[in-house]
Ligand binder design. Structure first.
Ligand SMILES: Cc1cc2nc3c(=O)[nH]c(=O)nc-3n(C[C@H](O)[C@H](O)[C@H](O)COP(=O)(O)OP(=O)(O)OC[C@H]3O[C@@H](n4cnc5c(N)ncnc54)[C@H](O)[C@@H]3O)c2cc1C
Ligand code: FES
Length: 274
């Protein structure tokens, strides 16, 4: 087990799943450490993944800390490194260093209602929290998940979300009406307002495109959620993850060190550089 978070380790791809097809496709990778490596992580933390000769990218660890044997990552094809990831196959070896960043204070949320709101690839960073809450089901009251994609084929974790319905309320949405879709049509913040979950004894956790987060927070406030009840995780561009290069800063905060998880009470006073 590696205890130096700055030292890259080797991991082998043991499973690849195409979540979302198309130009900005998303694939989920399971990585197993090799040579006796490994590290523990907490919900919300990330890792720097590298494809040799192509570079490295910060990616949220999408598996629950309670799962052992592999770490899971859902990666959207954006540019050089993420495209190289999409070309990998089972058996290929990559580099991984971490874990980095702070985490969601899930232990402080015992006895509360949890409301998750995700959009697009933004379900991946909050998925470990959802999975941990489900595993520790008795620690929490209602678990409600709002999640939306542009269209039905953009919904990631489809089978997992169906399974989740046995323990949580799941409200899916697509941006526009389409044949065969029987759930909400419209943007994620509108679905949230339509179902209007109570703010009473609740914590809201949101991740998605910045424009979605902006309107989700506006709507949560309208539903009576206080700033301290709202958490998000931000994905500012990162290079070193060590607090050295200054690539990720928001105001005086290096997000790679202080974030990526923020309560809205902490984030709202920082410059809107995220
Ligand atoms: C804390 C954190 C968690 C992240 N979690 C995930 C995750 O779970 N899954 C995932 O797919 N991606 C995640 N990202 C984003 C991911 O790191 C970038 O998409 C990736 O580094 C792009 O690398 P690339 O070489 O493929 O693209 P590049 O060739 O470097 O860039 C391609 C395009 O993407 C833009 N871009 C690059 N990085 C970012 C960024 N961070 N935000 C917005 N635009 C960007 C570039 O400006 C360019 O237009 C996360 C980022 C951070 C900081
Ligand atoms: S990524 Fe270099 S300072 Fe945060």
């Amino acid at each position: 087990m590696g205890d130096n978070i700055y030292l890259p380790q080797l991991a082998r791809v043991i499973h690849v799943k195409e979540e979302v097809p198309g130009e900005r496709s998303i694939k989920t990778f399971r990585l197993e450490f090799v040579n006796g490596g490994g590290f523990e992580h907490a919900c919300g933390q990330c890792a720097m993944l590298s494809v040799f000769g192509r570079g490295e990218s910060m990616i949220s660890i999408a598996s629950s800390p309670l799962v052992s044997g592999y770490k899971q990552f859902s990666i959207m094809r954006a540019g050089r490194v993420t495209s190289a990831f999409h070309d990998l196959a089972v058996g290929d070896v990559v580099g991984i260093r971490g874990p980095y960043g702070n985490s969601f204070p899930i232990d402080d949320w015992r006895g509360k209602n949890l409301v998750f709101i995700g959009g697009g690839c933004g379900l991946a960073p909050i998925w470990p929290v959802i999975q941990t809450a489900v595993t520790r089901r008795d620690d929490f009251k209602n678990i409600t998940v709002f999640y939306g994609g542009r269209s039905a084929r953009d919904i990631m974790y489809q089978a997992e979300l169906e399974k989740l319905r046995s323990t949580a309320e799941v409200h899916l949405s697509v941006d526009n009406a389409e044949e065969g879709w029987h759930e909400f049509c419209g943007f994620v913040p509108a679905n949230l307002m339509d179902k209007a979950p109570t703010h009473d004894n609740a914590i809201a956790i949101t991740c998605g495109p910045p424009i979605m987060i902006k309107f989700v927070i506006k709507n949560l406030r309208a539903l009576g959620f206080q700033d301290e009840q709202i958490y998000t995780t931000i994905e500012n561009k990162m290079k070193c993850a060590l607090g050295k290069c200054g690539r990720c800063n928001v105001g005086k905060d290096y997000v790679c060190i202080k974030g990526p998880v923020y309560s809205w009470a902490d984030l709202k006073d920082l410059p809107p550089e995220y």
